[in-house]
Design a protein around this ligand. Sequence first.
Ligand code: ATP
Length: 511
Amino acid sequence: MKNSNTFKKVISHAKEYGFVFQSSEIYDGLSAVYDYGQNGVELKNNIKKYWWDSMVKLNDNIVGIDSAIFMHPTVWKASGHVGAFNDPLIDNKDSKKRYRADVLIEEHREKILVKINKDVAKAQKRFGDSFDKEQFLTTNGRIIARQKKIDKISERYQKALDNGNLHELKQIIIDYGISCPVSGSKNWTDVRQFNLMFDTRLGSLSEDADVIYLRPETAQGIFVNYLNVQKTGRMRLPFGIAQIGKAFRNEIVARQFIFRMREFEQMEMQFFISPGEEDKWFEFWKEKRIKWHLALGFGNDNYRFHDHEKLAHYASAASDIEFNFPIGFKELEGIHSRGDFDLTQHIKFSGKKIQYFDHKINKSYTPYVIETSIGLDRMFLSVLSMAYTEENIGKNNEKRVVLKIPPALAPIKVAVLPLLKKDGLPETAKKIFNEIKFDFNCQYEEKDSIGRRYRRQDAIGTPFCITIDHQTKIDNTVTLRYRDSMKQERLKINEVQRTISEKVLMKNLLN
Ligand code: ATP
């Protein structure tokens, strides 16, 4: 169901209903930069809260910070970003489109895997219960050939990445006949390295001023504050520091809506541990993070772990949580075992003693780090694309588009709707609205038929509607209408606040 057609629909729905707009749209937009609208900002804030609560509120050994976007330029030398934060880019000479060479190869490999999976699904259907997947995979000639191809690509690809061999990356693209998705041609330039950091100048006289960078990740703000937080918070290992904030990358491929942006937000947590405990904590955080995703109820099949073939310059182990976006399985979150790389680099470049005194063994050492790093905008996209549902309802083939966003994340929790704009119904409705608006985001609407108002609320993912009708005046009850089932029930006015509160609690996801 979820495919590129769905992706287009999600993008236009996001615009039409005030979730995401192209930045500077009246000037024809700015590539790979987006603004969040009136509903988008609410959804985004709720996702932030879901993450922040799960990290900072529920763990007494994790605290938060909010560090500045601008940092001392030496930070990025120490972190390795000045020297090594590059992507290998390649241009198609016919379409003039620019691609990441590594992404082209990975996508080609994924396409072969998709073909294998399709064959397996077909065979499974044909043979039914007697189907033996393992046997099929190891004996079917076509599958064996495809798997061999994947293995060969992986072997060459990994070697090329390990050796920084740009020539070989291009050769793989040529040898496997990978073509430009736009022009269809195989007319490629050489592969070149491209640094992803934006730079600017500090100070009023740009000629004399130092070059500084817009941070490409929030993590370094945590590392340089490690001592501040550890000392002032009297933190004992293991402990974590969490941060949500903007990051900037001059991405080469920027054609995938909010999946890959040049200005985006990250939610990162660095967990400081004693050396030697990294395997245990790496597994711990992998499990904890996948649980956080699964609690949203979008289905286990839509997530998978992907262990890195090539480790970043800082990592000793790394695993991504990939999500089944409408554009395929792609990275949503990274979990990295960073060893003592970052703190050691900052010790070297700053000359400061950044260590931990362990009272248990009476010794100082540099802690190791496990990092969890998730893109807020990618998380937003995962929620939006999973929530987007088209349904046939009623006998007349009537359609509705409904965003089945988990209630705790929904931008508006309840819409208060008088059935008619007369007979004192608006007054009663406004009274209810004015009472419950302190507890959660509500919307009051009286324009158009009740059916059209329900549709509008469905389209922005409002989980509950309260309708005030003539019976309300008789017995002080209202109709509670559920977004997903469209079921309706009567509810006493004095029970509205408590009933809705219980259903939209963040606790329902965090438990
Ligand atoms: P990719 O391989 O997709 O470029 P990455 O491995 O460079 O991602 P990390 O450096 O691990 O990404 O960043 C952590 C998280 O930040 C990613 O899992 C992703 O969710 C998010 N992220 C990274 N780059 C972008 C971007 N350009 N736009 C939106 N989110 C991003």
